[in-house]
Ligand binder design. Sequence first.
Ligand SMILES: *Cc1c(COP(=O)(O)O)cnc(C)c1O
Length: 404
Amino acid sequence: MSDLLTRYQDSLMGVFGTPQLVLVEGHGCHVTDADGRTYLDLLGGIAVNALGYGHPAWVTAVSEQAARLAHVSNFFTTPAQIELAETLLEVAQAPAGSRVFLSNSGTEANEAALKIVKRHHPGGRVLALEHAFHGRTLGALALTHKPAYREPFEPLGADVTFVPPEDVDALAAELAVGDVAGVFLEPIQGEAGVVPLSASYLRAARELTRAHDALLVLDEVQCGMGRTGHWFAHQVTGVVPDVVTMAKSLGGGVPIGATIAFGEDVATTLAAGQHGTTFGGNPLACAAALAVLRTIESEGLLEHAASLGEHLRGRIEGCHDLVEGVRGSGLLLGIQLTQEVAGQVVTAARQAGFIVNAANPSTIRLAPPLVLTVEEADQFADALPGLLDSVGRQAEGHTVTTDR
Ligand SMILES: *Cc1c(COP(=O)(O)O)cnc(C)c1O
């Protein structure tokens, strides 16, 4: 593995730092590295591998479509593209007149949303939340809060004002200043450390944006596509947004993003020629996404994500002094630690054969495949107190003697 990592460093840009592992294959919820070690993957390629690795329905759909027709350009359409758009409108419970734009990533899904917002109210400002993550291109980056990501590239593609999450008065005050074209929200802020917005905040945001003729855009790139036990996280709130964006789990590992504009007015904001993409909506990615959607349905993965998420939360809450609590819902969980040791926990977990992620220095993020079994979840829950013990001893400066 170290030889491959040396070659990586000599050939790829350093923007990701040093990769933790070189992975060579995956089955179900497990991946294997170049040295032959196998790991239980509780991160799922950051909420992407909804069906795990090598799910037969997904593999069949992707290989059959690859053999038949992989790409045609948007001068043409395909049955897979049309069927995917129809299915997305259905699961999003979008009203008549709603329309889909297909792209290749979460960032692009948000770029399309931003262009809709900009056309809705030309010259207007956009509001986003502190700690928001909406992507890395110059439009989506403008909506992303973290100064270290954003400031080196300013000026960016939109005039964005950040307001604190969960503060209805701050949102109302900023909208009252006027000239707001749209508000971008993640129903669960993923990169921030799995921080959910309350239903009452989302409902207030809906009422306020409507009153000020600003569009409400919900970024469900991470929390959508069944992860919370609902097709979309906002659906439990009853809020009907103007635009919803999605990606990550949608393709089950093949890159695809989608932007749904709710209702005819919003859906016709962008005229022919005002947006486009070469790869977006290609039949290969659409067949992959259709396989994901159909399998979530046929295997009852919404109910499974909800109940397994509750089970995991119950097992993790109070399992150790270092655990302050668990946020999130379904299979998007953030384990809040009492100390900034998330990085050490990730390393200890990996050494013990588990892949998890530090969303920030004090939060462990779990976003496993939706096909994770109760037994697999329990393996992690069984191991967690020991992992936290070893990290806790390190944090206290004691020598770690036991090999877990
Ligand atoms: C991952 C993510 C994005 C960016 O998606 P990419 O596919 O990496 O471009 C945007 N918004 C949210 C909420 C995300 O989690």
